[in-house]
Write a protein that binds this ligand. Structure first.
Ligand code: NAD
Ligand code: UD1
Length: 338
């Protein structure tokens, strides 16, 4: 069976995708510098699947070391997650973001080209739609960026488009994620943010488990159903499944293919809090605070293209997303740091 290289495979989405790739019968080689993750995630993936992962602690920018890995393993396709992802931090240390995300990707692409590996699935983000003119969002909406993190995604997308023009052997899948939440149903792997979580659901579950006092709701004066921000939350296992489908179908595609990965449903912050309390029975104290700079009112996907071309659809609803988030948080109050 073909070998797949997963960059950032110890991270949140990478570990779930590695698990599904192993279950689908692929051999998986993971590279990760462990800057935002722990090897424990992959140990647990091995425990769940009873299969082995080949792991290298290496940074994307270490071109020679990555070349050695391609020499040692015949890699058919790359699923590329590795990178920095915190919007706020990216405005403070933009050079680190450009270096790790953009330069890191360039180094990976050069090694791939040198080793005749032309198949890549890339983690992009709905952030490339900026403040969309309307919802739901389709892949042909104009793209823009409002912060350095978003700009790295935009630049990498453009670099990949240029690359596909230079050589028609490239098969490139750009996956634009909406808001991944949840965890594997075993409760053994999940999202393990370092420090104070930036994203809504990790924060809500840390409040519910007693690690934080209360949630700040950023703004209740948006033009939405109840004034709070509306997003398209998608279960991380559904999201990961789209990567397996992409790997399966990538050879049928030509050049660059771009897909939104969302459910097509939007939920507000207050709806998410209500649903969380209903599913878990835990209180979630919160207060209304000013808007977070850079936030938009509402954002959800039209994911019908992924449905047609990848034969993929998000299967898991909000209740399952919340139950799985909570099982992971409750069983691992300190994440992988037990
Ligand atoms: P994560 O931080 O859990 O995973 C990223 C992994 O990459 C980590 O294990 C980290 O240690 C590793 N890494 C970072 N820089 C590296 C480098 N220079 N060399 C080698 N390894 C490196 O994040 P995630 O939530 O799993 O996100 C995965 C990808 O999906 C990222 O590219 C992110 O930008 C993108 N994405 C995430 C979300 C989200 O909400 N989680 C939304 C849209 C897009
Ligand atoms: C964030 C990122 C975006 C990334 C996306 C997917 C920012 C500014 N944007 O977007 O680049 O692509 O995640 O992972 O970080 N909220 C609160 N209180 C909180 C946290 C969030 O009220 O403590 C609200 C937000 O205002 C928003 C919603 O919850 O309305 C979702 O927020 P979040 O989980 O951070 O995701 P995004 O803002 O969609």
């Amino acid at each position: 069976m073909a070998k797949i290289l997963v960059t950032g495979g110890a991270g949140y989405i990478g570990s779930h995708t590695t698990l599904l790739l192993l279950e689908a019968g692929y051999e998986v080689v993971v590279i990760d510098n462990l800057s935002n993750s722990s090897l424990e995630s992959l140990r647990r993936v091995e425990q769940i699947t009873d299969k082995r992962v080949t792991f290298y602690k290496v940074d994307l920018r270490e071109e020679n070391k990555i070349n050695d890995i391609f020499t040692e393993h015949e890699i058919e396709s790359v699923v590329h997650f590795a990178g920095l992802k915190a919007v706020g931090e990216s405005t403070e240390i933009p050079l680190d973001y450009y270096e790790q995300n953009v330069y890191g990707t360039l180094s990976l692409l050069k090694v791939m080209e040198r080793n005749n590996c032309f198949n890549i699935v890339f983690s992009s983000s709905a952030t490339v739609y900026g403040d969309p003119a309307s919802v739901p969002i389709t892949e042909d909406f104009p793209i823009s960026a409002t912060n350095p993190y978003g700009r790295t995604k935009l630049f990498i997308e453009e670099i990949l488009r240029d690359l596909s023009v230079s050589n028609d052997k490239w098969r490139i899948v750009l996956l634009r994620y909406f808001n991944p939440i949840g965890a594997h149903e075993s409760g053994l792997i999940g999202e393990d943010p370092q420090g104070i979580p930036n994203n809504l659901m990790p924060f809500v579950s840390q409040v519910a488990v007693g690690k934080r006092d209360k949630l700040s709701v950023f703004g209740n004066d948006y033009d939405t159903v109840d004034g709070t921000g509306v997003r398209d939350y998608i279960h991380v296992v559904d999201l990961s499944d789209a990567h397996v489908k992409s790997v399966e179908k990538i050879k049928e595609f030509e050049g660059v293919s771009t897909f939104n990965l969302g459910t097509g449903n939007g939920y507000s912050v207050l709806q998410m809090i209500d649903a969380f309390i209903k599913e878990t029975g835990k209180p979630v104290p919160f207060s209304i605070e000013p808007r977070r700079p850079g936030d938009i009112a509402e954002c959800w996907a039209d994911a019908s293209l992924a449905n047609q071309k990848l034969d993929w659809k998000a299967e898991r609803g909000l209740s399952e997303m919340i139950k799985d988030t909570w099982r992971w948080q409750n069983q691992n109050p300190n994440g992988y740091d037990n």
